[in-house]
Design a binder for this molecule. Structure first.
Ligand code: ZN
Length: 391
Protein backbone atom coordinates (compact mmCIF):
# COMPACT_ATOMS: atom_id res chain seq x y z
CA UNK A 1 0.00 0.00 0.00
CA UNK A 2 1.38 3.37 -0.99
CA UNK A 3 2.03 5.50 2.10
CA UNK A 4 2.49 8.58 -0.08
CA UNK A 5 -0.98 8.17 -1.59
CA UNK A 6 -2.67 7.72 1.79
CA UNK A 7 -0.82 10.72 3.25
CA UNK A 8 -1.85 12.81 0.26
CA UNK A 9 -5.50 11.79 0.65
CA UNK A 10 -5.35 12.52 4.40
CA UNK A 11 -3.93 16.02 3.86
CA UNK A 12 -6.51 16.64 1.15
CA UNK A 13 -9.20 15.53 3.63
CA UNK A 14 -7.96 17.99 6.27
CA UNK A 15 -7.97 20.86 3.72
CA UNK A 16 -11.46 19.94 2.52
CA UNK A 17 -12.51 19.75 6.18
CA UNK A 18 -11.23 23.29 6.64
CA UNK A 19 -13.29 24.45 3.64
CA UNK A 20 -16.19 22.37 5.01
CA UNK A 21 -16.17 24.44 8.21
CA UNK A 22 -16.68 27.57 6.10
CA UNK A 23 -19.47 25.92 4.07
CA UNK A 24 -21.29 24.67 7.17
CA UNK A 25 -21.08 28.10 8.80
CA UNK A 26 -21.95 30.32 5.84
CA UNK A 27 -24.22 28.33 3.54
CA UNK A 28 -27.27 28.28 5.83
CA UNK A 29 -26.90 32.07 6.18
CA UNK A 30 -27.02 32.45 2.40
CA UNK A 31 -23.45 33.83 2.29
CA UNK A 32 -20.78 33.11 -0.32
CA UNK A 33 -18.55 30.22 0.68
CA UNK A 34 -15.60 31.74 -1.25
CA UNK A 35 -15.59 35.44 -0.33
CA UNK A 36 -14.67 37.21 1.82
CA UNK A 37 -11.68 35.40 3.29
CA UNK A 38 -12.19 34.02 6.81
CA UNK A 39 -11.70 36.44 9.67
CA UNK A 40 -11.88 36.50 13.44
CA UNK A 41 -15.49 37.20 14.44
CA UNK A 42 -14.36 39.45 17.31
CA UNK A 43 -11.45 41.60 16.04
CA UNK A 44 -12.29 41.04 12.34
CA UNK A 45 -8.65 40.50 11.39
CA UNK A 46 -8.46 38.54 8.12
CA UNK A 47 -6.88 35.16 8.80
CA UNK A 48 -3.54 34.52 7.10
CA UNK A 49 -2.16 31.22 5.79
CA UNK A 50 -0.54 30.48 9.17
CA UNK A 51 -3.97 30.68 10.89
CA UNK A 52 -5.51 28.33 8.36
CA UNK A 53 -3.35 25.20 8.54
CA UNK A 54 -5.93 22.51 9.40
CA UNK A 55 -5.74 21.22 13.00
CA UNK A 56 -2.14 22.45 13.45
CA UNK A 57 -3.02 26.17 13.65
CA UNK A 58 -5.63 25.54 16.30
CA UNK A 59 -3.12 23.55 18.40
CA UNK A 60 -0.26 26.04 17.93
CA UNK A 61 -2.51 29.02 18.70
CA UNK A 62 -3.93 27.12 21.71
CA UNK A 63 -7.51 27.69 20.54
CA UNK A 64 -7.20 31.50 20.63
CA UNK A 65 -7.16 34.25 18.00
CA UNK A 66 -3.60 35.40 17.25
CA UNK A 67 -4.39 39.09 17.71
CA UNK A 68 -7.29 39.46 20.17
CA UNK A 69 -7.20 36.16 22.04
CA UNK A 70 -10.86 35.32 21.34
CA UNK A 71 -11.46 31.59 21.87
CA UNK A 72 -11.73 29.41 18.72
CA UNK A 73 -14.18 26.50 18.95
CA UNK A 74 -12.74 22.99 19.09
CA UNK A 75 -15.31 22.08 16.48
CA UNK A 76 -13.08 23.45 13.68
CA UNK A 77 -10.12 21.07 14.22
CA UNK A 78 -12.55 18.24 15.04
CA UNK A 79 -14.31 18.59 11.67
CA UNK A 80 -10.93 18.82 9.90
CA UNK A 81 -9.74 15.73 11.78
CA UNK A 82 -12.94 13.79 11.04
CA UNK A 83 -12.70 14.62 7.34
CA UNK A 84 -9.01 13.60 7.22
CA UNK A 85 -9.71 10.38 9.14
CA UNK A 86 -12.65 9.46 6.88
CA UNK A 87 -10.54 10.09 3.80
CA UNK A 88 -7.69 7.93 5.13
CA UNK A 89 -10.01 5.06 6.10
CA UNK A 90 -11.64 5.12 2.64
CA UNK A 91 -8.22 5.24 0.91
CA UNK A 92 -7.14 2.16 2.90
CA UNK A 93 -10.42 0.30 2.40
CA UNK A 94 -10.45 0.97 -1.37
CA UNK A 95 -6.75 0.83 -2.31
CA UNK A 96 -6.00 2.67 -5.52
CA UNK A 97 -3.64 -0.12 -6.67
CA UNK A 98 -6.44 -2.68 -6.77
CA UNK A 99 -9.64 -0.68 -6.97
CA UNK A 100 -8.47 2.11 -9.28
CA UNK A 101 -10.56 5.26 -9.07
CA UNK A 102 -13.43 3.58 -7.20
CA UNK A 103 -12.55 5.57 -4.09
CA UNK A 104 -12.95 8.99 -5.76
CA UNK A 105 -16.79 9.17 -5.77
CA UNK A 106 -16.79 7.81 -2.22
CA UNK A 107 -14.42 10.57 -1.05
CA UNK A 108 -16.57 13.26 -2.69
CA UNK A 109 -19.70 11.75 -1.13
CA UNK A 110 -18.08 11.51 2.30
CA UNK A 111 -17.13 15.20 2.16
CA UNK A 112 -20.59 16.32 1.00
CA UNK A 113 -22.42 14.08 3.47
CA UNK A 114 -20.33 15.22 6.45
CA UNK A 115 -21.12 18.84 5.56
CA UNK A 116 -24.82 18.00 5.09
CA UNK A 117 -24.93 16.22 8.47
CA UNK A 118 -23.35 19.21 10.25
CA UNK A 119 -25.72 21.70 8.57
CA UNK A 120 -28.68 19.48 9.55
CA UNK A 121 -27.35 19.31 13.12
CA UNK A 122 -27.07 23.11 13.29
CA UNK A 123 -30.21 24.18 11.43
CA UNK A 124 -32.50 21.11 11.00
CA UNK A 125 -32.25 21.69 7.25
CA UNK A 126 -30.57 19.70 4.53
CA UNK A 127 -29.88 22.04 1.58
CA UNK A 128 -31.09 20.70 -1.77
CA UNK A 129 -28.00 22.28 -3.33
CA UNK A 130 -25.97 19.71 -1.39
CA UNK A 131 -28.19 16.61 -1.37
CA UNK A 132 -29.34 16.65 -5.01
CA UNK A 133 -25.84 17.05 -6.54
CA UNK A 134 -24.70 14.32 -4.11
CA UNK A 135 -27.47 12.11 -5.52
CA UNK A 136 -26.07 12.69 -9.03
CA UNK A 137 -22.55 11.82 -7.84
CA UNK A 138 -23.76 8.66 -6.07
CA UNK A 139 -25.55 7.54 -9.27
CA UNK A 140 -22.62 8.42 -11.57
CA UNK A 141 -20.14 6.87 -9.13
CA UNK A 142 -21.73 3.48 -9.76
CA UNK A 143 -20.30 3.67 -13.31
CA UNK A 144 -16.77 4.02 -11.87
CA UNK A 145 -16.70 1.33 -9.16
CA UNK A 146 -14.65 -1.81 -9.63
CA UNK A 147 -17.23 -4.65 -9.87
CA UNK A 148 -15.19 -6.79 -7.41
CA UNK A 149 -15.79 -4.36 -4.52
CA UNK A 150 -19.44 -5.17 -3.81
CA UNK A 151 -20.49 -1.56 -4.42
CA UNK A 152 -23.70 -1.05 -6.42
CA UNK A 153 -23.88 -1.27 -10.21
CA UNK A 154 -25.59 1.70 -11.94
CA UNK A 155 -28.87 -0.23 -11.97
CA UNK A 156 -28.56 -1.17 -8.30
CA UNK A 157 -27.70 2.44 -7.43
CA UNK A 158 -30.83 3.73 -9.19
CA UNK A 159 -33.04 1.11 -7.53
CA UNK A 160 -31.31 1.71 -4.18
CA UNK A 161 -32.02 5.45 -4.39
CA UNK A 162 -35.70 4.79 -5.14
CA UNK A 163 -36.14 2.21 -2.35
CA UNK A 164 -34.29 4.30 0.24
CA UNK A 165 -36.22 7.49 -0.58
CA UNK A 166 -39.41 5.41 -0.67
CA UNK A 167 -38.92 3.96 2.81
CA UNK A 168 -38.42 7.44 4.25
CA UNK A 169 -41.20 9.15 2.29
CA UNK A 170 -43.71 6.46 3.33
CA UNK A 171 -42.65 6.80 6.99
CA UNK A 172 -42.98 10.57 6.53
CA UNK A 173 -46.48 10.35 4.99
CA UNK A 174 -47.86 7.78 7.42
CA UNK A 175 -46.24 9.55 10.39
CA UNK A 176 -47.76 12.87 9.32
CA UNK A 177 -51.13 11.17 8.78
CA UNK A 178 -51.13 9.76 12.31
CA UNK A 179 -50.14 13.15 13.77
CA UNK A 180 -52.98 14.85 11.88
CA UNK A 181 -55.36 12.18 13.21
CA UNK A 182 -55.92 11.01 9.62
CA UNK A 183 -57.14 14.36 8.30
CA UNK A 184 -56.11 15.23 4.74
CA UNK A 185 -53.10 17.46 3.99
CA UNK A 186 -53.44 21.03 2.85
CA UNK A 187 -50.94 20.46 0.07
CA UNK A 188 -51.99 21.81 -3.32
CA UNK A 189 -48.91 21.42 -5.49
CA UNK A 190 -48.86 20.14 -9.07
CA UNK A 191 -47.80 18.51 -11.38
CA UNK A 192 -45.32 16.52 -9.24
CA UNK A 193 -46.12 16.36 -5.55
CA UNK A 194 -46.76 14.13 -2.59
CA UNK A 195 -50.03 13.21 -4.32
CA UNK A 196 -47.94 11.64 -7.09
CA UNK A 197 -45.95 9.74 -4.45
CA UNK A 198 -49.16 8.51 -2.80
CA UNK A 199 -50.72 7.34 -6.08
CA UNK A 200 -47.51 5.52 -7.05
CA UNK A 201 -47.37 3.83 -3.62
CA UNK A 202 -50.93 2.54 -3.96
CA UNK A 203 -50.51 1.35 -7.55
CA UNK A 204 -47.25 -0.38 -6.61
CA UNK A 205 -48.93 -2.19 -3.71
CA UNK A 206 -51.42 -3.60 -6.21
CA UNK A 207 -49.24 -4.26 -9.25
CA UNK A 208 -45.52 -3.86 -8.50
CA UNK A 209 -42.96 -1.31 -9.70
CA UNK A 210 -44.09 -0.94 -13.30
CA UNK A 211 -47.67 -0.23 -12.17
CA UNK A 212 -46.34 2.35 -9.68
CA UNK A 213 -44.30 4.14 -12.35
CA UNK A 214 -47.17 4.18 -14.86
CA UNK A 215 -49.68 5.41 -12.26
CA UNK A 216 -47.33 8.14 -11.03
CA UNK A 217 -46.65 9.28 -14.60
CA UNK A 218 -50.39 9.36 -15.38
CA UNK A 219 -51.11 11.33 -12.20
CA UNK A 220 -48.40 13.84 -13.19
CA UNK A 221 -49.71 14.25 -16.74
CA UNK A 222 -53.32 14.55 -15.53
CA UNK A 223 -52.35 17.16 -12.90
CA UNK A 224 -50.45 19.15 -15.53
CA UNK A 225 -53.45 19.01 -17.88
CA UNK A 226 -55.92 20.00 -15.14
CA UNK A 227 -53.51 22.63 -13.74
CA UNK A 228 -54.33 21.38 -10.25
CA UNK A 229 -53.31 18.29 -8.23
CA UNK A 230 -55.28 15.17 -9.03
CA UNK A 231 -55.64 13.78 -5.55
CA UNK A 232 -57.28 11.26 -3.29
CA UNK A 233 -57.89 11.99 0.39
CA UNK A 234 -54.61 10.87 1.96
CA UNK A 235 -56.24 8.91 4.79
CA UNK A 236 -58.46 6.95 2.39
CA UNK A 237 -55.53 6.34 0.05
CA UNK A 238 -53.31 4.83 2.75
CA UNK A 239 -56.21 2.73 4.08
CA UNK A 240 -56.48 1.27 0.56
CA UNK A 241 -52.69 0.87 0.49
CA UNK A 242 -52.70 -1.22 3.68
CA UNK A 243 -55.66 -3.28 2.37
CA UNK A 244 -53.85 -3.88 -0.96
CA UNK A 245 -50.67 -5.06 0.75
CA UNK A 246 -52.62 -7.40 3.05
CA UNK A 247 -54.61 -8.79 0.10
CA UNK A 248 -51.45 -9.47 -1.93
CA UNK A 249 -49.68 -10.97 1.11
CA UNK A 250 -52.69 -13.27 1.57
CA UNK A 251 -52.19 -14.53 -1.99
CA UNK A 252 -54.82 -12.49 -3.85
CA UNK A 253 -52.08 -11.13 -6.13
CA UNK A 254 -51.81 -14.53 -7.76
CA UNK A 255 -55.02 -13.65 -9.63
CA UNK A 256 -53.14 -10.96 -11.55
CA UNK A 257 -49.61 -12.33 -11.16
CA UNK A 258 -48.08 -10.19 -8.39
CA UNK A 259 -46.29 -11.59 -5.34
CA UNK A 260 -45.98 -9.93 -1.92
CA UNK A 261 -42.29 -8.96 -2.26
CA UNK A 262 -42.91 -7.52 -5.71
CA UNK A 263 -45.87 -5.50 -4.37
CA UNK A 264 -44.07 -4.13 -1.32
CA UNK A 265 -40.83 -3.45 -3.21
CA UNK A 266 -42.70 -1.86 -6.13
CA UNK A 267 -44.74 0.33 -3.80
CA UNK A 268 -41.69 1.56 -1.89
CA UNK A 269 -39.47 2.06 -4.96
CA UNK A 270 -42.26 3.72 -6.97
CA UNK A 271 -43.07 6.14 -4.13
CA UNK A 272 -39.37 6.91 -3.69
CA UNK A 273 -38.79 7.44 -7.41
CA UNK A 274 -41.52 10.11 -7.55
CA UNK A 275 -40.37 11.67 -4.26
CA UNK A 276 -36.90 12.17 -5.79
CA UNK A 277 -38.26 13.30 -9.17
CA UNK A 278 -40.49 15.78 -7.34
CA UNK A 279 -37.54 17.03 -5.30
CA UNK A 280 -35.50 17.59 -8.47
CA UNK A 281 -38.49 19.20 -10.24
CA UNK A 282 -39.10 21.75 -7.47
CA UNK A 283 -35.41 22.45 -7.02
CA UNK A 284 -35.07 23.28 -10.71
CA UNK A 285 -38.34 25.25 -10.69
CA UNK A 286 -37.09 27.27 -7.73
CA UNK A 287 -33.76 27.88 -9.47
CA UNK A 288 -35.61 29.33 -12.43
CA UNK A 289 -37.50 31.64 -10.10
CA UNK A 290 -40.62 29.53 -9.72
CA UNK A 291 -42.40 31.90 -7.30
CA UNK A 292 -40.96 30.33 -4.17
CA UNK A 293 -42.86 27.11 -4.80
CA UNK A 294 -39.88 25.23 -3.36
CA UNK A 295 -40.64 26.87 -0.03
CA UNK A 296 -44.05 25.24 0.01
CA UNK A 297 -42.45 21.83 -0.22
CA UNK A 298 -39.52 22.26 2.11
CA UNK A 299 -41.00 24.46 4.81
CA UNK A 300 -43.98 22.21 5.28
CA UNK A 301 -41.95 19.08 5.66
CA UNK A 302 -38.31 19.62 6.58
CA UNK A 303 -38.81 21.54 9.80
CA UNK A 304 -39.38 19.54 12.93
CA UNK A 305 -42.96 20.76 13.00
CA UNK A 306 -45.87 19.79 10.78
CA UNK A 307 -48.76 22.09 9.76
CA UNK A 308 -50.31 21.85 13.21
CA UNK A 309 -47.04 22.57 14.98
CA UNK A 310 -46.55 18.95 15.97
CA UNK A 311 -43.17 17.28 15.59
CA UNK A 312 -42.90 14.89 12.64
CA UNK A 313 -40.72 11.82 12.68
CA UNK A 314 -38.68 12.69 9.61
CA UNK A 315 -38.58 15.63 7.26
CA UNK A 316 -38.50 15.70 3.49
CA UNK A 317 -34.80 16.61 3.53
CA UNK A 318 -34.17 13.16 5.01
CA UNK A 319 -36.01 11.60 2.04
CA UNK A 320 -33.53 13.18 -0.38
CA UNK A 321 -30.59 12.29 1.86
CA UNK A 322 -31.83 8.68 1.97
CA UNK A 323 -31.91 8.71 -1.85
CA UNK A 324 -28.20 9.62 -1.87
CA UNK A 325 -27.36 6.89 0.63
CA UNK A 326 -29.45 4.27 -1.19
CA UNK A 327 -27.61 5.08 -4.43
CA UNK A 328 -24.26 4.86 -2.65
CA UNK A 329 -24.98 1.60 -0.81
CA UNK A 330 -27.68 -0.27 -2.74
CA UNK A 331 -30.99 -1.07 -1.05
CA UNK A 332 -29.82 -3.95 1.18
CA UNK A 333 -26.98 -2.03 2.82
CA UNK A 334 -29.23 1.05 3.04
CA UNK A 335 -31.62 -0.91 5.26
CA UNK A 336 -28.66 -1.82 7.48
CA UNK A 337 -27.73 1.90 7.58
CA UNK A 338 -31.30 2.82 8.53
CA UNK A 339 -31.23 0.28 11.35
CA UNK A 340 -27.99 1.77 12.69
CA UNK A 341 -29.44 5.28 12.38
CA UNK A 342 -32.64 4.43 14.25
CA UNK A 343 -30.74 2.70 17.09
CA UNK A 344 -28.14 5.49 17.38
CA UNK A 345 -30.81 8.18 17.12
CA UNK A 346 -32.88 6.56 19.85
CA UNK A 347 -29.89 6.16 22.18
CA UNK A 348 -28.73 9.76 21.65
CA UNK A 349 -32.29 11.14 21.83
CA UNK A 350 -33.05 9.35 25.09
CA UNK A 351 -29.67 10.33 26.56
CA UNK A 352 -30.13 13.98 25.55
CA UNK A 353 -33.56 14.03 27.19
CA UNK A 354 -32.24 12.33 30.33
CA UNK A 355 -29.54 15.00 30.57
CA UNK A 356 -32.26 17.66 30.51
CA UNK A 357 -31.95 18.72 26.87
CA UNK A 358 -35.32 19.23 25.19
CA UNK A 359 -33.65 19.86 21.86
CA UNK A 360 -35.21 18.12 18.87
CA UNK A 361 -32.61 15.73 17.46
CA UNK A 362 -32.35 15.87 13.63
CA UNK A 363 -32.24 12.45 11.96
CA UNK A 364 -29.89 13.32 9.06
CA UNK A 365 -26.59 13.06 10.98
CA UNK A 366 -27.56 9.58 12.22
CA UNK A 367 -28.42 8.46 8.69
CA UNK A 368 -24.99 9.61 7.49
CA UNK A 369 -23.16 7.87 10.35
CA UNK A 370 -25.29 4.75 9.79
CA UNK A 371 -24.43 4.78 6.08
CA UNK A 372 -20.68 4.70 6.64
CA UNK A 373 -21.04 2.06 9.37
CA UNK A 374 -23.08 0.03 6.89
CA UNK A 375 -20.45 0.55 4.18
CA UNK A 376 -17.90 -0.95 6.58
CA UNK A 377 -20.05 -3.79 7.88
CA UNK A 378 -22.86 -4.63 5.44
CA UNK A 379 -21.00 -7.52 3.79
CA UNK A 380 -20.07 -9.07 7.13
CA UNK A 381 -23.61 -8.63 8.49
CA UNK A 382 -25.18 -10.10 5.37
CA UNK A 383 -22.80 -13.08 5.45
CA UNK A 384 -23.64 -13.65 9.12
CA UNK A 385 -27.38 -13.45 8.42
CA UNK A 386 -27.20 -15.80 5.45
CA UNK A 387 -25.11 -18.19 7.61
CA UNK A 388 -27.86 -18.03 10.23
CA UNK A 389 -30.36 -19.09 7.58
CA UNK A 390 -27.99 -21.87 6.53
CA UNK A 391 -27.49 -20.46 3.03
ZN1 ZN B 1 -9.49 38.12 16.96
Amino acid sequence: MSVAWITLVGVLGALIGSFGNVVVHRWPLGLSVVRPRSRCPRCERTLGPLDLVPIVSWLVLRARCRSCGAPISARYPLVEGAMALGFVVLAIAYPVERAGLSVVPLLVLFAMLLMAALIDFDTYLLPDALTLPALAIALLGAFVYDPALGLPTPREALFGAAVAAGVLVLINRIGALVLRRFADTGERLWPLSLDTVNVAALAGALGGLLAALVAGALQTVASAALRRPLRLHEGALYALWVAALIAVAAGAGRLWGVGPIEALGGSVAGAGAFALLGAIWWWVADWRGGAGSQQVVTDATTKPEDDDGEPVAMGFGDVKLAGVLGAMLGWEAFLVALLYAVVLGAVVGVTARALGGSRFVPFGPFLVIGAFLALASADALLAWYLGLLGL
